[in-house]
Write a protein that binds this ligand. Sequence first.
Ligand SMILES: [Zn+2]
Length: 621
Amino acid sequence: MPNRRRLNCYVTLSWQSQRRTLQFYLLLILVGGLATARAEFTIAVSGQSRCVILQNAGAAATDQTAARELAEYLQKITGATFAITEVTNVSKVPKNAIIVGPGPLAAKVFPEVALDKFGPEEFVMRTKGHRLLLAGGKPRGTLYAVDHFLAEQCGVRWWTPWATNIPPQATLHLPDLDRHEQPAFEYREPFWFPAFDPLWKVRNGANGENRRIPPELGGSVIYKGFVHTSYSLVPPEKYFATHPEWYSLIDGKRTHDSAQLCLSNPELRDFVVERVKEWLRESPEATIVSVSQNDCFGACQCPNCRAIDEAEGSPSGSMIAFVNYIAEKIAPEFPNVAVDTLAYQYTRKPPKTLRPRANVIVRLCSIECNFRAPLDDASNAKFLADLQDWSKICHRLYVWDYVTDFSNYLIPHPNWFALGPNLRLFQRYGGQGVFEEGAYQSNGAEMSELRSWLLAQLLWNPQQDDRALIQEFLDGYYGQAAAKPIRRYLDLMQDASQGYYLACYTHPHAPFLAFKVLADAERCWQEAEKAAANDSEKLPRVQTGHLAVQLAFLRDWDELRKECAEQKATWPMPESSKTLADQFAAVCQNIPGSNGPKGVVLSEAGLTADKFLQQFAQPRP
Ligand SMILES: [Zn+2]
């Protein structure tokens, strides 16, 4: 995002200089009233408000929230108080007003903006004369108009649920505005622990359902049964005994052990249709229902399933045939619900001739990929081919991307510079939703605050400069002095992992985890801690970031000591692993937004920092 504070400053100066230069003013009038074309809007002068916030009487709950959000933040920014006036009679709309939300007020002053035709998250930010319109489609467009206005025009940043930047500006003028925008993807989920706060999600443009966004904030995209639903729909403990033929035939035997459903069985298909209808009747708020394979292999090998898969050149054949059947049968009763399924592991390759119905969402999963490089890198050629092929046949294509190291959430994982290119790639191939699976079990994961914020910005608009966003976050969240060595850490890891196939379960002997690289990384973080030493707010943030490198040292202590000795290098850590472990535990106690080492989860399998640190309880040689 551009530096709006500087822009505001420029506009203010230019306006004042125009006022001072009478001849210039006269000239403008002489050449045809050009002065009126520069209609500036003033929000506050020297801590005094110069405008009112107007809202239609009986405005929707989300639009009321938007007006309150605007008043609250304008007060924090300028120090002035902003009244929200409910208007019943639109024949006299006051000047110097911000109109929030669609309705009679907007229709009267901005009749050229067809707000009734706006999509649910589309918004406009527009000045005319001495009025500003912040409004959008229902339910959340208006709230987005306000939050984008606060971010882009006033410089507010919601880095994390616990860290917000509000630049004070006692005098606040606006340039002419005429912005009309909507998000690049309809479903936007940065699935990271720091990104779960509903209010933070709304302010940063995410709309996934993990911790649902309440109705007064516009709600979430709601799934019924999120993923891997085969056995929730057809529980083997209930049905295997009477209907073994509904489950996978593997090596000549029906089984439900690490297996799937027999997708071609006609009776099973009709049973699942009824189960899905039951689910949707129970959850009328859901707009997507997941009918998806279990999180394992074990596809059915019966002659009927195999015939479809062989004809279609992929086990996605029997899957899409099955899901299409369910989707067709539920459509009359649930015309606004889509059936979501996975293109995951053995079903990642699309079928040759079958086409997902219009009410089917395919979620393509990148789990096997090299995350150090963008997904259109040569090392990811097979995935790219599948993305291209699905994009040709899907009405609604979503992507499930993997953006952390699931075996060790805290270990350095240099994928930062691939996140932007990947989202641009998904957009280019018509992706309409993206689930970015990160470290979702606690705060404290490596650079999790950065990835949460960065992904939210890019999910809204992937065409933004991702490297500039990274720099902006580092400067804002850690402070400019600490940001410099932290940026060096990112670049160092990026360079050290060049050419390495970075899976989402990293090999312990990855080149960027060698002693020399980690020692340099340690020096970056020590420098960052020094730079933040006198800032009680920012120091715990830097110390939390530092945990990643400390964890790498703790985990591979003996090996790294050996490497250090062989290289006759200086050991950058305490002499005793117990001392380092104690320092690590102390920082865990103080992780912003967290609750001590018991609460810090190190891996998807659930290893806690507390448990991990037990091995260092006694001093070791
Ligand atoms: Zn079968």
